[in-house]
Design a protein around this ligand. Structure first.
Ligand SMILES: NC(=O)c1ccc[n+]([C@@H]2O[C@H](COP(=O)([O-])OP(=O)(O)OC[C@H]3O[C@@H](n4cnc5c(N)ncnc54)[C@H](O)[C@@H]3O)[C@@H](O)[C@H]2O)c1
Length: 336
């Protein structure tokens, strides 16, 4: 692994560092919902400004509308709220992205460019996620950190380009940029929309509600996944890591959680819900799934910032079933 020279202009050490508060864009999405709570637990509620392009009206701390296509608004919000760190979660995901490629490019690349320019201007650190979608069919079955990135989807191309843009801002401008290639993320708190790995969450929601689920992929479809709890922990570990520990992979670390086929998932659910019924009717998302790796190698994240995953298939299934059954009996408004 090649270490990147530590820039003396690294953002946190620079005079003029904007402030200690945290801005989260796309905060009402699947990751933002959990990340904002986790950041507020660590840093305090008032320190974390959640933003999104729309208002759901029920957030527990500071919330503002922010469209990341509006750079003047980003700059204003950073300055008025003493922002020093940005978690840029605003994006158009894979399935939506293939349906509206222009919007996908505008938000995932144009929006990221605005975040990076505003971060350079205001001396902010930036976390912006990448995805396993940077890989193409030539990385199957296992994508290594150094495997070629040949995405076949518009979404994957924006993620690959995004990693490169972030690396350029680090190398040329000293902006402290970091990112993780998240696998499909699993959480019982939010039903994801617009992604190709959504079936691995939807299935629990449907089994708890109706006892039946029709997958939109074939039963032998195998993709890398990760529990949200692990994804949040990985994000915090990467953001807390000293600059000197990070390598050239700083804007797109592979992180492994667990990998399973749709059939293995169904079999494991049946151990706890024996009456469950599953069918498999692939749609256009099968093609996207077929272009992604089945599993990941993550030794760079393990050695650079001590990454380790904490869920196997059984623990994941038990956690998801417990979470969905508790939330449907107590607060169903969280789901959706
Ligand atoms: N969820 C996953 O499984 C997964 C996997 C790999 C990578 N990622 C990446 O993680 C990040 C967050 O993903 P997520 O699952 O939370 O996505 P999501 O679709 O659940 O949330 C994205 C949020 O961005 C907001 N948004 C869209 N356009 C915007 C704009 N112009 N300005 C401001 N906000 C806007 C949406 O309203 C939404 O709330 C994305 O970069 C995504 O590519 C997610």
């Amino acid at each position: 692994m090649v270490g990147v020279e530590v820039s003396s202009a690294s953002c946190c050490d620079m005079p003029g560092h904007a402030g200690d508060n945290i801005l989260v864009t796309g905060a009402l999405g699947q990751i933002g919902t959990d990340l904002v709570s986790a950041l507020r637990k660590t840093h305090g509620t008032e320190t974390v400004i959640a933003t999104d392009i729309y208002d759901r009206g029920n957030t527990d701390g500071p919330f503002m509308i922010l469209d990341i296509l509006e750079i003047a608004e980003i700059n204003r919000l950073i300055r008025e709220n003493s922002i020093g760190t940005i978690y840029n979660l605003a994006a158009i995901l894979s399935a939506h992205g293939e349906k509206d490629p222009d919007l996908c490019e505008r938000v995932n690349l144009g929006g990221l460019q605005n975040i990076l320019d505003a971060s350079k201007e205001n001396r902010c650190r930036v976390f912006s996620p990448s995805s396993i979608a940077v890989f193409g069919p030539d990385s199957r079955p296992i994508a290594y950190q150094d495997s070629p990135t040949s995405p076949t989807t518009v979404y994957g191309k924006t993620k690959k380009k995004g990693e490169e843009m972030m690396l350029k801002y680090w190398r040329n401008e000293g902006v402290d940029t970091r990112g993780i290639r998240y696998p499909g993320l699993l959480s019982w708190k939010t039903i994801p929309t617009g992604g190709t790995t959504d079936y691995a969450v939807e299935v629990f929601h449907h089994i708890e509600n109706s006892g039946e689920y029709t997958y939109f992929v074939e039963e032998d479809t195998k993709l890398p996944m990760m529990m949200m709890e692990d994804a949040i922990r990985a994000t915090k570990l990467l953001m807390e890591a000293p600059q000197s520990k990070l390598s050239e992979y700083r804007t797109g670390y592979n992180v492994r959680g667990l990998s399973f086929t749709a059939k293995q998932l169904s079999d494991q659910i049946k151990r706890y819900r024996p009456q469950s019924k599953f069918t498999f009717t692939p749609d256009e998302r099968q093609l996207i799934a077929n272009s992604w790796p089945e599993d990941l190698e993550d030794s760079a994240a393990v050695s650079d910032w001590n990454w380790n995953s904490s869920f196997d298939l059984d623990r994941m299934v038990k956690t998801m079933l417990d979470g969905f059954s508790q939330s449907s009996s107590s607060d169903s408004s969280k789901i959706g």
